[in-house]
Design a protein around this ligand. Structure first.
Ligand code: NAP
Length: 586
């Protein structure tokens, strides 16, 4: 008999039933593959599989009760399944009680009995493992909740097709679908094909075929992470049947929605991570929400046989960026199929120099369906150095933030100068007569100097004077370098201030500091702040208090992004949608 736990039942009944929209008995007729895929992966986003590895049914019930604690309106919209790791429960009756608990909730279930070599605890022989599945499936009196799966190791099935055929046939008869899985605790092969099932393997699996494929392999290098992304893109281009994940890294789990993955595994919370690289599911959904992912967005799961068209952001860090929300909103508003994902290229990759790793990443992009993208710190100069062609401002700046893959040509642009000009013009600032002081001498400063070089005069001040001199030399213009200690006096003389240091930035070196004293600010001046998190920096507050016209960093972000959109699509950017979606995540 199922263990009685009214508290758990009460808590989960409403929350989990609404969460998953389940509770109907399974069809007894075998479903066509497309309908079966819709049953196990009902939304364009992956179904989140919550792994539960507990030592007995009581512990399972305690863990299940933690699920509602993690739910908010956004998280609750995602479809979930519960993976019961039977190998963690030593006795048969405990396993059966645990399964019944999940049945009672009506949440789709994944039954797993993983051997040690597959990352589990079970030491059962293969015949024992088969007997276990037969008895557990046979003992279940009701059909499992629709979308439930039995997870069996591909290698084990290949070694004993007859024995496993019986198990899988019985599982099918009871209403389970089959997930064929592959684990490698040592390494990930760098050929994407090696991570995918051989042609027809799923359909020819004994006992009625397998519906889905899962691969979980240990990632040791960036090339291996990229191989997993390539396998995800390739494996789900025709239909959504391949859940490919890397252990030790979060990349493939975070990016799974952009490649049509049917499932992604996650932890219930921080204290219950059962495989290396798993992320608590609510955290994962919150990251996706920041990236502007909509659970019902059909463009996330394209099925025309080629990887879906994508744009990307290459950077380190990249996952915090506002650009994904802005560009995903833009693509949706414009009715376009592209979606935008950030790709955080790590510093320590196991192989190659930083530039080689960057180039290898660029080389992988076509296989991921990427047609264009952005580069941010530290890849703006490497992008310009790698491009086949530099267009417009990128050539003069020697740095690029936007690229287009045009056939086999990598074409790079720099949209920062456009962002500076358009943000200031939109605010009504007069540029031609402006006396400009740029504070800072990094990439953003170079873009600003370039954008404003035709104004009445441009000065640059920076902590490291040589960097300001380098900008002056590069622009070949009439640029004055002001010593850092003289910046307050120079600011008083200026009519337009452009702040490009990370001072005042959340997570930066000095979030509470302003690079200019309050008495350097006065009415009649305009300030362009390039920092956009937070939207109101200490300098902006000081400036507003002194009657300065203030233009925030989000305005520049919007306009440089809008120009990227124009480069990728040849269309006018949907500015209103980009403004809204960028703001919604700040
Ligand atoms: P970067 O190339 O690394 O340059 C940073 C500049 O800030 C350098 O001049 C550096 O001086 C100076 N700096 C760093 N820490 C400092 C400190 N503690 N005190 C004084 N100066 C300091 O960075 P970037 O690409 O120019 O980006 C700078 C900022 O602009 C970032 O906050 C970025 O988010 C923002 N940005 C915004 C947009 C937008 O669209 N709104 C676009 C691009 C960049 P040294 O030369 O002495 O190191």
């Amino acid at each position: 008999m199922p263990e009685k736990d009214p508290k758990l039942h009460d808590i989960l009944r409403d929350d989990v039933r609404t969460l998953t929209g389940i509770g109907q008995p399974a069809e007894s007729e075998p479903m066509p593959v497309d309908a079966a895929i819709r049953a196990v992966a009902p939304r364009p986003v992956p179904s989140i599989v919550l792994s539960v590895a507990a030592k007995d049914a009581k512990e399972v019930s305690r863990l299940l009760a933690k699920i509602p604690e993690q739910l908010d309106d956004r998280v609750a919209r995602y479809p979930v399944k519960i993976e019961l790791r039977f190998d963690a429960i030593p006795d048969f009756s405990g396993r059966l009680t645990a399964a019944s608990l999940v049945f009672r909730l009506g949440v789709p279930l994944i039954l797993t009995l993983r051997a040690r070599r597959e990352g589990g605890h079970s030491t059962a022989t293969e015949p024992d493992r088969q007997r276990f599945f037969l008895s557990v499936v046979g003992a279940l009196r009701k059909a499992p909740p629709p979308g439930s799966l039995i997870d069996v190791e591909a290698q084990a099935v290949a070694a004993d097709p007859e024995g496993w055929g019986q198990v899988l046939q019985q599982a099918h008869e009871r209403g389970f679908h089959v997930l064929l899985s592959h684990h490698d605790l040592e390494v990930t092969p760098e050929k994407a094909q090696a991570l995918l099932p051989s042609p027809n393997l799923l359909d020819q699996t004994p006992g009625g075929g397998a519906l889905l494929w899962k691969s979980a392999t240990t990632v040791r290098t960036w090339s291996q992470d990229l191989a997993i992304l390539r396998a995800l893109a390739r494996g789900n281009a025709g239909s959504r049947r391949a859940a490919i994940m890397g252990m030790e890294t979060a990349t493939s789990r975070l990016l799974a929605p952009f490649f049509g993955a049917p499932l992604v595994y996650a932890a219930i919370d921080r204290d219950h991570v059962v495989a290396r690289g798993q992320i608590p599911f609510a955290d994962m959904v919150r990251v996706w929400a920041r990236w502007g992912i909509d659970v019902e967005d059909a463009a996330l799961a394209a099925t025309d046989g080629t990887p879906a068209p994508r744009w990307t952001l290459l950077g380190r860090p990249a996952y915090h960026s506002l650009s994904p929300a802005m560009h995903n909103g833009a693509a949706r508003a414009a009715g376009r199929a592209e979606r935008y994902f950030p790709l955080e290229v790590p510093e320590h990759t196991g192989t190659g120099s930083a530039l080689e790793v960057f180039r290898q990443t660029l080389d992988t992009l076509p296989e991921l369906g990427v047609r264009g993208g952005n580069a941010t710190i530290p890849f703006k100069v490497p992008l310009a150095a790698t491009a086949d062609r530099l267009v417009g401002d990128a050539e003069a700046l020697g740095a690029a933030n936007t690229f287009l893959l045009d056939g086999d040509q990598l074409v790079a642009h720099n949209t920062d100068p456009h962002g500076v000009r358009a943000a200031l013009e939109e605010a009504g600032a007069e540029l031609a007569d402006a006396r400009v002081l740029v504070v800072g001498a990094g990439g953003a400063a170079a873009g600003a100097v370039h954008a404003l070089r035709d104004s009445a005069g441009v000065s640059v001040t920076n902590r490291t004077t040589e960097h300001a001199q380098e900008i002056r030399d590069r622009v070949h213009g009439d640029v004055t370098v002001i010593p850092w200690q003289d910046r307050a006096a120079a600011a008083r003389e200026a009519t337009l201030l452009v702040q490009t240091t990370p001072l005042g930035m959340t997570g930066g070196p000095a979030p509470d500091e302003s690079p200019l004293p309050a008495d350097a600010l006065r009415e009649g001046q305009t300030l362009l702040e390039t920092v956009y998190i937070p939207t109101m920096t200490p300098l902006m507050k000081q400036a507003e208090a002194h009657g300065v016209r203030v233009v925030g960093g989000t305005a520049m972000l919007l306009h440089q992004g809008a120009e990227s959109f124009r480069i990728w699509t040849g269309e006018d950017p949907p500015l209103a949608a980009m403004r809204r979606d960028r703001k919604s995540v700040v």
